[in-house]
Design a binder for this molecule. Structure first.
Ligand code: HSE
Length: 435
């Protein structure tokens, strides 16, 4: 049968992996797709690299616009990243009637609404399994496998770089800055790791998952984002003493008044499977009303794991491209006219429980003052740890774990605690989820 023709934009790590796996598993993939999937054109600024990876048997160009305009190309795979030229190319390809496969989470989280609307109008598919958690088929699971469920919440370790850093901080008792240097030397973290360590990459992925889980538009600009740069190694140690691990979680939760969409370091009970996901691995926990909790685990990055997701999308598009657009799986899982503009709640309206660490004078009545403030704010204490003062010091650390309360209430109580003369400096506040 006539092959389906693919134009590849970007032959870096994921592009190279896609080329290699498509070639290695060509026969198996063709048996699944019903026809061969052939990369016929590759665009990359680095033509020498493109020649080296492809062996030169395909059309190579440094002009990506010539690929999206090529009438022979059926599917454009966008692996350039970012939302500059990648957005222009994707919109142009859609205008030219091409289907899109992309790994670009930033592009979809920020401009997805516009891109999906354009694709809908043109009757083409935009597939994006590789955009979230690399090789884990979490988009397929949320959009199709769990479609019977009302999804209540999702919590994911969806950034491998930060999970590697947190694992190393815990294992080796090192500071954030020390581990970041090590991660960069090993090539795990980018030279500019800002998007990873500040939680932006995880927020892009959480935004995409929230849209397909709840049938809402992409609302990246409303997400609450807190990375791991300010996380103190002391808190990892104290959390462990209380039976918790700290992970950077992307959380999307359905609430009556709207949706919580947040990324921040989070204490998780150490007995949860997801708390034991270490190193650069990813995992996503999804709670559906019928199925209960389901957990998806695997590699969230890398050449072949991400290529696995890109090629699964290529197979899907190949199988469906001759079908009636109205009968395809909708881009955002829900029919386009059923996507609801549910608001993302501000962080002050989030309901969760807290880890509070404070430096206090070690003298009678201090604990009573603090617990009085919490009691007056209707905040119940779940557990507490007080360290013995170091010999010769008159201050010590108190760590409290609270039951759930609304964040606004927690903040007001913390301000009152910080105003006590027996408390020095700021209270460290971390959010906790029992999952
Ligand atoms: N930079 C991401 C991570 C991988 O560290 O998980 C690509 O999404």
């Amino acid at each position: 049968m006539k092959p389906i023709n693919v134009g590849l934009l970007g032959i870096g790590t994921v592009g190279g992996g896609t080329f290699t796996v498509l070639k290695r598993n060509a026969e198996e993939i063709s048996r699944r797709a019903g026809r061969p999937i052939t990369i016929t054109a590759v665009a990359d600024k680095n033509l020498a690299l493109a020649r080296e990876v492809t062996g030169g048997g395909v059309r190579l160009t440094d002009d990506a616009f010539s690929v999206v305009a090529d009438p022979e190309i059926d599917i454009v795979v966008e692996l350039i990243g970012g939302y500059g030229v990648a957005k222009e190319l994707v919109l142009k390809a859609i205008e030219n009637g091409k289907h899109i496969v992309t790994a670009n989470k930033a592009l979809l989280a920020v401009h997805g609404n516009e891109i999906f609307a354009a694709a809908q109008k043109k009757g083409v598919m935009v597939a994006f399994e590789a955009a979230v958690a690399g090789g884990i088929p979490i988009i397929k699971a949320l959009r199709e496998g769990l479609s019977a469920n009302r999804i209540d919440w999702i919590a994911g370790i969806i950034n491998g770089t930060t999970n590697f850093i947190l694992s190393e901080m815990r294992d080796k008792g090192l500071s954030f800055a020390e581990v970041l240097k090590e991660a960069q030397a090993l090539g795990y973290a980018e030279a500019d790791p800002t998007f990873d360590i500040e939680g932006v990459d995880a927020a892009h992925k959480a935004t995409i998952m929230s849209a397909i889980a709840f049938g809402i538009p992409m609302q990246f600009d409303k997400a609450y984002i807190e990375g791991i740069t300010k996380l103190d190694a002391t808190d990892i140690v104290y959390a462990e003493q209380l039976g918790y691990r700290i992970k950077l979680l992307g959380i999307a939760r359905r609430r009556e008044q709207g949706v919580e969409l947040r990324v921040h370091p989070t204490l998780i009970p150490e007995k949860r499977l997801i708390a034991n996901v270490e190193g650069a691995m990813n995992a996503v926990l999804v709670q559906g009303d019928a199925v209960g909790a389901t957990l998806y685990y695997g590699k969230g990055a890398g050449a072949e794991p991400t290529a696995s997701a890109v090629i699964a999308d290529l197979v899907d598009v190949t199988r469906l491209h001759t079908s009636d657009p109205e009968h395809r799986v909708p881009h955002l899982a829900f029919q386009p006219d059923q996507v609801r503009d549910v608001p993302v709640l501000p962080i002050e309206d989030v309901v969760t429980s807290y880890y509070l660490r404070m430096r206090v004078d070690d003298k009678p009545g201090v604990l009573a003052d603090i617990t009085r403030i919490l009691a007056d704010s209707s905040i119940s204490i779940e557990a507490m740890l007080q360290k013995e003062a170091v010999e010769g010091e008159s201050q010590t650390d108190i760590i409290m774990l609270t039951h759930q309360t609304v964040e606004r209430n927690a903040n007001a109580a913390i301000a009152k605690i910080e105003a006590l003369t027996v408390v020095s400096g700021k209270v460290t506040k971390l959010r906790m989820e029992s999952l």
